[in-house]
Structure formats: C-alpha cells, structure tokens
Write a protein that binds this ligand. Sequence first.
Ligand code: YNC
Length: 399
Amino acid sequence: SYKFWQTQPVPRFGEEGQLEEGPLRAQTVADVPKEPAPLVDGFEWVTMDLTNDDEIKEVYELLNGHYVEDDEAMFRFNYSPSILRWSMMPPGWKKEYHVGVRAIQSRKLVAFISAIPVNLRVRNKHVICSEVNFLSIHKKLRGKRLTPVLIKEITRRSNLNEIWQGLYTAGIVLPKPVSTCRYYHRALNWQKLYEVGFSPLPPNSKPQYQVRKYALPKSTATKGLRAMVEKDLDAVMDLYKRYTARYDMVPDYSREEAYHWFVPKIEPSGEQVVWTYVVEENGKITDFFSFFSIESSVIGNAKHNVIKVAYMFYYGSEVGIREPSDKPALKLRLNELIHDALILAKRFKFDVFNALSLMDNALFLEQQKFGGGDGQLHYYLFNYRLNPISGGVDRKNQL
Ligand code: YNC
C-alpha cells in the first residue's frame, strides 16, 4: 500500500493520459528542517569521508555484505572501493551526500545512502537532480522502516542545497516508474557462468556447444578503433550530445563530468573502472563506445568467489546522427562496434557483458547473442511528473 511513498511528491498509479510535465511540490529552503530527524535509540547519523581509506572500506564492507542481490540470492554486487569513489565522487560531489548510520556503542556502520548532482535533460527541459544510489541497510535491521528515514534525510540535505528533484533506479516497483528496462546478458566466459549457476545448459545442448556459440575472435575488426585519450574529450562530448539528442532522458554532462565518466584512467588502486574506445577516421572521431566494471560476489560456490561483469555505458555514431534509429545502416554499425566491445571485454577478462533494453540496444542485442535476464530496472523521478518513456520492452518483456 506504499505507506511511505504515498506521502511523497511522486506520481500515483492510475494517473493516465498525457499530463503536464514538471515539479509536483514547490518549496523554499525556509521550509526545510535544519537538523536531521532523530534516529531510534542506539543509532546516530554520520557523514562518511570517502577520501579516507578506512571510511570507504566501511562503506565497501556494508555494501559487500548487504547490497543488491538477485531474486535467488546467488549473486550480490561487489562494488570495489575504486568504483565506489568513481560513482559517488564525480565533479560537484558533496561530502554531506554520503550519509551513514552507525550503532553508537559498537561504532559499526549499519546503513548508508548517497547522492550525486546531475543535470538531467528530460525531453526539452533541464532538471537539476540528486541522483540517489547505494541505499543499503544491514540485514539485521531490515523491515524496521529505516528506509523512509534515510530517504527523507538525503532529500533534506539535497533541499538545503536547493535541489528539489531526485533521480533513482530500483529493481522493485514503486509509485511510479518513468521507464522500465530489462537486463540482457552476453556470456564471455560461458564455462565459468555455467559453473556459478548464472548460465543454464539449454536442453539438448552440451557445454562445448555453448562455449563455441559464445567464442569471440582475438582481435577487433573496426578500422581506426583505439582507446580514448584525454585529447578526444571534446570530440566525444560533441558526438555524445548529438547522438543522445534522440533520447528523452539523458544526463547533460559538463566537460569536467565527461572527463570523469568517459576518459579511461588507472585508479590509485591500480584498477581501471571505465573503458572508452573511439573510432578515428582521417583525424575525425566518428564513433565511440564505453563500458564500466562491477564485480558480483558469487554466494556459496566452492570454485568461484566473483564474476567480473562489464556494463554497457554510452555510445554514439555519426551513422545514427545521419539517420533515424530504425534504419539498417545504424544497425550494421552498432553491431560492428559492440562486437568489438565484446572482444575487448573478453580480453580484459570479463565473464559477462550486461546491457539494458534502452538507447538503441535493441538493434544489436539479439545479433550479438545477448539473452534476456529475469531482472528489470525501473527508472524514477522524485518531485517531477513526466509522461512515460519507453524502456525498449513491451508488456511481455520482449524487445
Ligand atoms: C528502494 N530500493 O517500499 P512503502 S536502489 C525506494 N527504493 O515503503 P524498510 C524502497 N524505496 O512501500 P527494508 C526501496 N526498497 O511502505 C524499499 N523501499 O511506501 C521502501 N536491500 O522500509 C518500501 N538497495 O526500511 C517501503 O525496508 C519502505 O528494511 C520500507 O530496507 C529496504 O539505491 C532496503 O536493494 C532496500 O538494503 C534498504 O532491503 C534493504 O527492507 C536493502 O522497512 C539490499 O521502503 C540493497 C538494495 C536498494 C538499491 C537505490 C536507489 C534508492 C532510491 C531511494 C529513493 C530516493 C528518492 C529521491 C530522494 C532525493 C530527492 C531530492 C531532492
């Protein structure tokens, strides 16, 4: 019955038809409490310092033990400290948006919620949002209505900075999704995915047939393909902007943000978080694609502890700018690019490549041997009404 969510400025189920788009509730900073709401006895609010190695380790350990699992509790996200920093410390990040709850006696971190600022374009309007992520509560404190308290606190801290809108995704249905996407998975290391229980052996198949089905060449095929470097930033940004102009909801990155999200770097830990490739023809950048890395812990498997998962991020191609997304030339081009992305991800020892049913992904998912997963991802806006955006699947969850 959404006891909490029905008190919040979000659209309700049952609102049908074209409605006027925009904020639902208007407030000023004077309306916003200057102090957090009290927590139940024995717990206190803390602001986590993610620049501090000990504190990021505490956030890492909370998430490693208690963050998102699949429905069968076989896998759980294992965001590394480096990817947590990349995700929560983009340009404009604020320490006060890294909100924790500690048990007063033991000092143990038992809950967390975070936000980053994002300038979102929704259709032809710009909305400054807090993008909320990494909400997690220790398993022993579940079902105690701590979530609404955390959400109200991140809302309060956003509001004090005059941010009135939120952007978030969740696997569960809440009032009310702007868009719903399906997860797709492309095996890179089928044998390992089979051993951990991620990929089933289809009836009448044999392991060696599956391994052969997902085999990839050693080398990429696109002429002029190379890793992105900093000097490509303006060209990639320009391509990103023009290519994504066809979509209804897209972050409008500043140059600093595009540098943060796209330029591949080796983090102080020695890890790499994001991989971006460009195609250069006669000195001009004509295409780019990117993917990032999140491991998942394998729960209770004797042979493997983690699977390495690459996630499709943004891409763009001059071909798609020249023609609408249903034309065959773009399909051909995206298949060439994504096939190379798979080859590269395999080279970097990823076990599986994930993508959602959004952007122009429907043009390559089947041909590149992605299979539809059980998981869905719902996109939400807080304090904003937007008419629904297609997430690329129909009611039967088909592309
Ligand atoms: C969820 N994921 O419906 P009602 S995604 C939002 N997002 O409220 P309790 C959620 N709300 O139905 P538990 C939610 N999950 O009565 C549950 N809720 O109105 C709602 N899992 O609270 C739920 N991380 O504390 C219900 O629930 C109320 O103890 C119940 O804790 C839930 O990061 C949770 O999946 C998810 O750690 C914390 O199960 C816990 O069950 C957990 O009794 C594993 O809560 C990890 C996990 C969620 C990942 C994510 C995005 C979060 C977005 C939050 C909304 C932000 C709004 C925008 C704010 C900024 C605005 C400005 C400006």
